[in-house]
Write a protein that binds this ligand. Sequence first.
Ligand code: SF4
Length: 312
Amino acid sequence: MENKQSEINLFLAEPRGFCAGVRRAISLVEEALKKYGAPIYVRHEIVHNRHVIENLKAKGAIFVEEISDIPHGATAIFSAHGVSQTVIKEAKEKELNTIDATCPLVDKVHRQIKKYANQEMEIIVIGKASHPEIIGTLGQIPNYKKIHIIRTQEDAEKLSISPDQNIGFVSQTTLSVDDTAEIIKTLKEKYPNIKGLEQKDICYATTNRQKAIKALTKLCSCILVLGSPNSSNSKQLKEVALKNGAKQAYLIDDASEVDWQEVTQHQNIGISAGASAPEHLVTDLIEKFKQRYNKINIRSIIITKENINFKI
Ligand code: SF4
């Protein structure tokens, strides 16, 4: 390595990293491995993080995308993103010993959409149609026709549901809280009687991590977000950083992906981690800074303390 740089300030977002839903989902796989022994099948990545998946694979978890990939009668875990009713039915037909790691907050959205369908409401779903969480949510009411999937404010403006209809909305748990608030504002202006929960009230972890990263943008010109590229909430953290004034923001799977040429241009660096990224990645990253700088000043920017746990 070239000569060490002199000094850098690292600002750590708090909270960051694992949320209660992710901790619960990972524990369920680890407990199942202890109780039933390897292999344990997991339908879809239990959470969207490469390091978590590699670690669980090494312990004997096998990740598959379809129930048809799981042997008859095996133990299978549904990922934190939730699954459709069709998947549950397929698992029953195959006599799988199933464990449901769906996050309780996603489950709440499932209950909400089923309630709207029972009341024959027009349902607006805010989210990405191809994301497993939205596939699972829509899969709670598979043959329901009065569904409208939207992603942007323009989509909301274009909706042509008659305002005298009974309308409800649900949204993906990991979206940008600010963008979704704008979409919901548009929906409420168009449909004053619409029912649904504000994004900030859906998932505490998404809300807190985005608030914390916004606080970092007041202090740092460059922000590093630890998380995998397929992690929706991690990607949002990077986007929120850029939208709120960070000159540079990078989503990195681990310290090996840091663009040091860029990072060394900045004096104040913000660090956060998506809800599925383990804390050891943050520790490793700080170690890399220690190797490159003579002096590092570390400060935590604490927005709130989380003490939420979901029962297994
Ligand atoms: S980000 Fe929120 S909804 Fe997703 S697993 Fe974590 S707590 Fe649950």
